[in-house]
Design a protein around this ligand. Structure first.
Ligand code: GLU
Length: 307
């Protein structure tokens, strides 16, 4: 079925490396409300492309948590682990257009490279003009050259990026044979007809690479809104690594209220003790994207201030 260009199609794309915690609930709630209040659909994609880091148990738990919070998705769930043919096809197109090159470099050989703002090594260009004699391809990289990428983020404002300095020639197919997150996201969003990407600002560093890839593949660019990311008292992003506590599905109400407060919405005290449906009904009537704090990080661990 062809959908009209104007229909809003949003998504939530968790990586099933562990259960949802407060930080991921914020991204779920923000993307859900923005889609629903604009008459749109909200799709769910399990980002299990990095199979060794993901588990079926974590994916099942995420589904249970979303349902307990009343965050019901539209349509079929997309599983990245089942989409290799689509990623292969995109990589073949890039090969045909000369946009990618095979790379033989090992991690050790790149150890002295400059470091990008997101901590990744900036590729020094060793294999750009062909594999050195006797070396075999380990990975495939996208040629970045002097690409500049600009886009308007609905929350963070204008983003201007110098990709060569900030990312360099980045990997699309890893040496372990897995497709890189950057390629998978771009192909998946395009195939699902996603028009609006609402997600955490920790991914803002990836967005210019994704926009550039869209241009290389001739794919439409969705609109972007990057929500502030929840950090703990030490300023660290809530994640499995920082031992963020899993969302307690036996009490979804307080977590939803805390997520709404975190996102700058002002749920009334009368909602304390309410179930998820009542809270989401209120949020659906009162959600304002312009109230979301225009910040990349914000302290918050899921406690509601409402008493
Ligand atoms: N899977 C990513 C994460 O859980 C989100 C990717 C996206 O929203 O584009 O951080």
């Amino acid at each position: 079925m062809k959908t009209s260009i104007s229909a809003y199609r949003g998504r939530f794309a968790p990586s099933p490396t562990g259960p949802l915690h407060f930080g991921s609930l914020v991204a779920a709630v923000g993307s859900y409300l923005e889609a629903k209040t604009r008459g749109g659909s909200w799709f769910l994609r399990m980002e299990d492309v990095d199979a060794p880091r993901c588990s079926a148990a974590a994916a099942a738990e995420i589904l249970r948590q979303l349902e307990a919070c009343g965050l019901h998705w539209d349509g079929e769930i997309v599983w990245q682990s089942r989409r290799s043919p689509a990623y292969t096809d995109a990589l073949e197109r890039l090969k045909a257009s000369g946009r990618v090159f095979a790379c033989a470099c090992s991690r050790r050989e790149l150890a002295d490279s400059a470091i990008a703002p997101d901590g990744a090594a900036i590729y020094p260009g060793n294999c750009r003009d062909g594999l050195p004699p006797g070396r075999t391809a380990r990975a495939w990289r996208l040629r970045v050259d002097t690409a500049r990428v600009d886009f308007d983020d609905a929350i963070q404002g204008r983003i201007v990026s110098d990709l060569a300095r900030e990312a360099g020639d980045f990997i699309l197919l890893r040496s372990d044979g897995l497709f890189a997150y950057q390629l998978a996201v771009v192909v998946d969003d395009a195939d699902a007809g996603i028009t609006h990407v609402v997600r955490g600002a920790d991914l803002l560093a990836s967005t210019p690479r994704q926009v550039f890839l869209q241009e290389c593949l001739g794919l439409p660019r969705p609109a972007y809104a990057h929500l502030p990311v929840a950090v703990n008292a030490a300023g660290e992003k809530l994640s499995k690594q920082t031992r963020a506590v899993a969302l307690d599905v036996s009490r979804p109400g307080p977590a939803l209220l805390a997520a709404l407060e975190f996102l700058g919405q002002q749920p009334p005290r009368e909602l304390v003790g309410a179930g998820p449906q009542l809270i989401l009904d209120w949020a659906g009537r009162n959600w304002r994207l312009e109230r979301v704090p225009r910040r990349r990080t914000l302290a918050g661990e899921g406690e509601t201030d409402l008493k």
